[in-house]
Ligand binder design. Structure first.
Ligand code: ADP
Length: 397
């Protein structure tokens, strides 16, 4: 099946046409600056990359030109899989899109105002341009809907959960689920009996405690701000400190939103960059600020792994994924070193150094009581696989 995987952002449309028979992208591209003058379409096909200036005054026009390109190159689209950030309390899994689903995605726009509205615009534009071709919504939050109430509630008056559904939702679910399944398959583990801790470390970063193949706890919360230190997000912070700074600086909620989401994290600590490659370079050269940033970043991950270890009681594998998780042996080492005697986690330094650039690998020694695994994520492929599954189930019913 040829699945068009779409990720519609506020001014971008990212896509891949994936052949589910081999999991490879046939065409992939990005329409940038949608809605403004100077929109461009960059795409790769057959090993060649091209960039063209285009007219994309809105998402419908941008999606229209993506579909025209696909058809001009001689391909048919069998189904469309949309990345949708927020499935609220409603969606436990991917669903075929109909009018009711659209209304829910619209409603959950209240919970993800930066993400769900452009995701929905992409869905509506596809409906207009592609007519009856089946479309599937794959939610970032869905995998975490199995988290029990004691783990998803915040300790604030219950009326805020009851009235506004303020609770922990979790994100990156498509990636956590994909690497969980892939790791279990590679290691020959029965998922229904397997516990894992999966660390998705990209620009955004989150960690999940997985119990018997289901999400049991996760570090991101009501929004993707909670938890780990990220490229530009603070992760956990005392709300008291936030209120104090707002008071001192006369900041509005949107000022503080920008500070915590766009100006904090690795960028905030280093004052230079949110890129882990720059931080690593500085760390090895002995730059004090970069050393501090890397220590803070790794220690936060370590704290969560420790907490999830106790929550799960037994852990079969700790999995690293995402741009940093897949490419940074030093992060993996700093997160898990010194646990040989107490917990029995033993890293194989050589394997750890060698497992980079999209390679799957077990980086712990055979004696290690918990396997430490690097499993490259592929969210687009995961969306294509989910889309095919949902469409096939629908056609069977
Ligand atoms: P996104 O969350 O946007 O999907 P990615 O998963 O691609 O992002 O991760 C981006 C992050 O991965 C960046 O912070 C980048 O610095 C980091 N990264 C990429 N390559 C390396 C590398 N070789 N070593 C360390 N970090 C890397």
């Amino acid at each position: 099946m040829k699945v068009l995987v779409l990720n519609s952002g506020s001014s971008t449309v990212k896509y891949q046409l994936i052949d589910t028979a081999n999991g490879e992208p046939v065409i992939k591209g990005l329409v940038d600056k949608v809605g403004s003058i100077g929109a461009t379409h960059t795409y790769s096909y057959n090993g060649e990359k091209k960039t063209e200036d285009v007219l994309a005054r809105d998402h419908r026009e941008a999606i229209g030109l993506v579909i025209k390109l696909i058809k001009d190159l001689g391909f048919e689209i069998d189904a469309v899989g949309h990345r949708v950030v927020h499935g609220g309390y409603k969606f436990f899994e991917s669903v075929l899109i109909n009018n009711e689903v659209i209304e829910y995605i619209r409603e959950f726009g209240k919970l993800a105002p930066l993400h769900n509205p452009p995701n929905l615009t992409g869905i509506l534009a596809c409906r207009e341009v592609l007519g009856d071709i089946p479309q599937v919504a794959v939610f970032d939050t869905a995998f975490h809907q199995t988290i029990p109430m004691e783990n998803y509630l915040y300790a604030i008056p219950m009326k805020f959960y009851e009235t506004y559904r303020v609770r922990r939702y979790g994100f990156h679910g498509t990636s956590h689920k994909y690497v969980m399944e892939k790791t279990a398959k590679e290691l020959g583990l029965d998922l229904s009996k397997t516990n894992m801790i999966t660390c998705h470390l990209g620009n955004g970063a989150s960690i999940a405690a997985i119990k018997e193949g289901k999400s049991f706890d996760t570090s991101m919360g009501f929004t993707p701000l909670e938890g780990l230190i990220m490229g530009t997000r603070s992760g956990d912070i005392d709300v008291g400190a936030v209120l104090y700074i707002m008071d001192k600086e006369g900041m509005t909620t949107s000022d503080m939103d920008r500070l915590l989401n766009k100006e904090s994290g690795i960028l905030g600590i280093t004052g230079i960059s949110n890129d882990m490659r720059i931080v690593e370079e500085g760390y090895f050269k002995g730059d004090e600020r970069m050393i501090l940033a890397l220590k803070m970043y790794c220690n936060r991950i370590r704290k969560y792994i420790g907490a999830y270890f106790f929550e799960l009681r037994k852990v079969d594998a700790i999995v690293f994924t995402g741009g940093v998780g897949e490419n940074s042996p030093i992060v993996r080492k700093l997160v898990l070193d010194g646990l040989e005697e107490s917990v029995g986690i033993i890293i194989d330094d050589k394997k750890n150094e060698e497992t980079i650039r999209g390679k799957f690998g077990v980086v712990s020694t055979p004696e290690s009581k918990v396997k430490v695994v690097v499993t490259p994520t592929n969210e687009e492929l995961a969306i294509a696989i989910e889309t095919e599954r949902v469409v096939k189930d629908y056609l069977k019913s």
